[in-house]
Design a protein around this ligand. Sequence first.
Ligand code: TH1
Length: 799
Amino acid sequence: MAFDVQEFKKEYQKKFEELFAYGYEAGSKTEQYIALGDLVRGLYSEDWIQTIMEYNKKKEKQVYYFSMEFLPGRMLKSNLLNMGILDCVKQGMDELGLDLDEVARAEVDPALGNGGLGRLASCFMDSIASTGLAGNGNGIRYRYGLFKQKFINGYQIELPENWLRNRNVWEVRKENKAVIVRFGGDVSFTQEDGDSRLRVRHENTRDILAVPYDTAQVGYNNGVVNNLRLWSAEIPYGDEARFSTEEQREEVKRITEVLYPDDSNYEGRLLRVQQEYFFSSAGIQSIVRYFKRLKLDWSLFPDKIAIHINDTHPTLAIPELMRILMDEEGLTWDQAWEITKKTVSYTNHTILQEAMERWPETMIADLLPRIYQIIQEINRRHIDKKTPLYGEELSQRTAIIANGQIKMANLAIIGSHSVNGVARLHTDILMADTLNDFYVMYPQKFNNKTNGITQRRWVQIANENLTAMLDETIGTEWKSNPEEIKILKAHRDNKNVLDKLEQVKLSNKERFAAYAKNEMGIEIDPTALFDVQIKRLHAYKRQLLNVLHILDRYLQLKDNPNANLQKRVFIFGAKAAPSYYYAKQIIKLINSIAYLINNDPSINDKIKIVFVENYGVSLAELIIPAADISEQISLAGKEASGTSNMKLMSNGAITMATLDGANVEIRDNVGEDNIFIFGLKSDEVQEYYRNGVYNSRDIYDKNPRLKRILNLLIDGTIPGVETEGRDIFDSLVMYNDEYFLLKDFDGYLQAQYEADAAFSDRDRWNRMALMNIASSGPFSSDYTILRYADEIWKIKPQS
Ligand code: TH1
């Protein structure tokens, strides 16, 4: 983009005065941010219009990524970067006496997602635009994002996150594109004289208006600006009389009021399924409306449209598309079914049973009577067709409806042409185990697409120091072609480069240390080893294993204050679902241990624990560049992929990992010497579950070192955790330790002491960091998305 600093300064001043009617110097940070955001939106608006017109004119095939969650993070700098004007604007702001970074921090980080799944959707939106693919996002404009986390006396407290409290400069309300989504009502069939077909009559429905808010997704230096469409629930115009009571109006608003705070967990709540149908139906309606404008035969629908469903949350898009094609457009069942299957593809993100969506049949029958009929019919035809081929038992196991429940994964698989897992190991487990019955029936549907991340946000924006150092060392090709970062390997023995890398890391650690001091009052030493675990709090992710390791160090230092131990700062960031009692107990435990150890003078700062409040995308951008160790210690087989592992690696952290999810592929890329691997393998875990010989009590009795650590939980050493300590102790020792922490403990400790040794050899450690950065290119979501486009969606980058 042709752009000039002087011109920018003029435009910015003008924009500010136009918006606020006084000079920018007197404005608040929020006002200064809003003026800049508004200006930036104006700068890409022509490309935005142009991109959409181009797609329409060429009747380009487009993908629609349906996701219940998007976690875009702050958008200002990412838009500036992708538009190619970041440096220019930074300089301009500087000359105006403003600090771009400070102004950028005034943007509220929209937390419209829980964790990896939502962040993946946003990395994908960036990559779709940046690789020049015609693609759109479809989701929900929650009035409140994921709760804001506070710690009070070490306990997690949840506060509402009013992310729209200031003006959202990026979104555009498109009232003229609103559609009606219908709930409830009565379904009947009529046949007119001389008409061979039955007509569906769907009456007495509760009609909700879905209003889209569009946000631009700016591609990296390519002029492409795609669209993310988020739907908001409102009362239909002119229908106010039907919503006369406050109660009725509240009910409408409630649909898009708040994001469900559960990650990898399922609650069969009515409001949740309303949300799912609401945005799925609205998305399908707007797609069908667009397709009809092309004036093509319906059979060409799958040649123009690909619909991707991010986990099962948008699965109702399948029966909804069937409904519209049949009831509204008059296609036959077989025509509609062919089109639907060819159009839809599905990603599975977890094998955890507690995350599998199953809706009570009666709930769906009441809420969505016509959709319910269609699901029944899909199920009936599936069973009729598969029983003669695979026998009664196997076919019944793949039924969509069983025991009064509707299994959304089964519907998603049967109603789509592609099912993918999110890392090689995960996909293998799906095929061999979790979804094996379906794999037997539809082997050709199954494929792997290992997750990825965008280095634009996670390196270029989050880690400016590293970016500058890379540019200087290997040139700038890696920015548009992430694989090219591999040429950094040539510098692995270059002492000068290794020292520079150490400097980069140190300055990022200083930046985080300043945050810890200013925001939390914790003093940390930037030369200590920063050991980072940032992810949702979940038993299977095993934050507790990390805790056991910390307690082991604590005991060593208590025994001998001069013990020769590497100084470490343990950094945690994690939210627990508000109803996940055990996870909240673990938060309280970690905070209490932090209090105990951080304030114990005899520990002499050899251990510090920093549990940041309200972890999210913005804090990730601060923490990840400062990490030395990346904790990826889930029980093997449980973490489908993980994506913080990739972000941390790209920033030169060394992975401490089990062979789970994408950790396996990270090891393959970086090599055994540049990663710390420990613990049970996924097949060994499987074997334990099968033969049931695991006995954690036995390990507790026989391992004195571990026993002493576990006893700390119940002997009063840790203040204020009488119940938490007891419950956690019991889960590990008395109730057989579901996630095998005690089994993996020894291996973990050993790997941690190897890490200490490696860290104390500065050249060795820096070389490991360099090799991680240099091996991170293949984990770019640009490549992931190109594989989706080529193998699943059948769309090509625009030239
Ligand atoms: C996560 C997986 O746990 C993680 O391993 C993976 O990297 C990420 O998805 C992206 O693929 C999941 N998040 C959710 C959230 C909900 C339900 C299931 C999953 S799986 C609400």
